[in-house]
Design a protein. Structure first.
Ligand code: GRF
Length: 221
């Protein structure tokens, strides 16, 4: 029996990754309890999702704070008061201060819609299309003080097709986000994550297939 990990989810927008976490918990596939969802945006649709599921929410509007440090200080207080062990960023559109990282050392996860370290930052699906990569994907990683730079926990790869635009690629990637984020949190709940420098190892893992993917496909053998 795995002890449930107490999670605080940070959101700013739609919250489809939050929804996936909720659904996995409801299906018994994720040993987590969402103690709190914190949004910096009072109009985030993610808050509506919480109402449906009876999940406590707090809005901390960054515009009401004189500095990033004060805003982050308030979030730290709220998350600690709720007994949050793991902070899960799910489309949270604010940069966090060093103080926040000190408050939750290696206990903050983020999801990014590209195969890091390629395409950190914003508008990355458009950047992937413009660059002409043949594969992109998503990355769950521990957040650190850099931009999308912390140790990588799990990645999923999707093909980029000739006819793709940012929107179609984002939709393909998002489907995979919804699969890998709950899995990363579950690895954490099971106490299977070991971190050594940049390298994250998951204990007792069976290997993924070694079969390579090619895009476009090979027509000669
Ligand atoms: C996702 O693409 C995630 O990778 C990025 O922000 C988006 C959030 O989507 N960090 P949602 O709010 O979970 O639907």
């Amino acid at each position: 029996m795995v002890k449930k990990v107490s999670v605080g989810v940070l959101v700013s927008g739609s919250g489809s990754n939050l929804q996936s976490l909720i659904d996995h918990i409801d299906q018994g596939a994720l040993d987590a309890e969402i103690r709190l969802v914190l949004s910096n945006n009072p109009d985030a649709f993610a808050l509506e999702r919480c109402r449906k599921h009876g999940i406590p929410t707090v809005v901390v509007d960054h515009r009401e704070f004189a500095s990033r440090e004060l805003f982050d200080g308030r979030m730290i207080e709220i998350l600690n008061a709720a007994g949050v062990e793991l902070v899960v960023m799910a489309g949270f559109m604010r940069i966090l201060s060093p103080e926040f990282f000190r408050a939750f050392p290696l206990r903050i996860m983020n999801i990014h819609p590209a195969l890091l370290p390629a395409f950190p930052g914003t508008h990355v699906q458009q950047k992937a299309v413009d660059y002409g990569v043949k594969f992109s994907g998503c990355t769950v990683h521990f957040a650190d003080e850099g931009v999308d730079s912390g140790p990588i926990i799990i990645q999923a790869v999707v093909p980029v097709y000739d006819e793709d635009d940012a929107e179609s690629l984002a939709a393909r990637i998002l489907k995979e986000e919804h699969r890998i984020y709950p899995q990363a949190v579950q690895y954490y709940a099971e106490g299977r994550i070991e971190i050594e420098g940049r390298r994250v190892r998951i204990r007792n893992l069976c290997r993924t297939t070694e079969k390579a993917a090619q895009n476009p496909p090979l027509t000669i053998y």
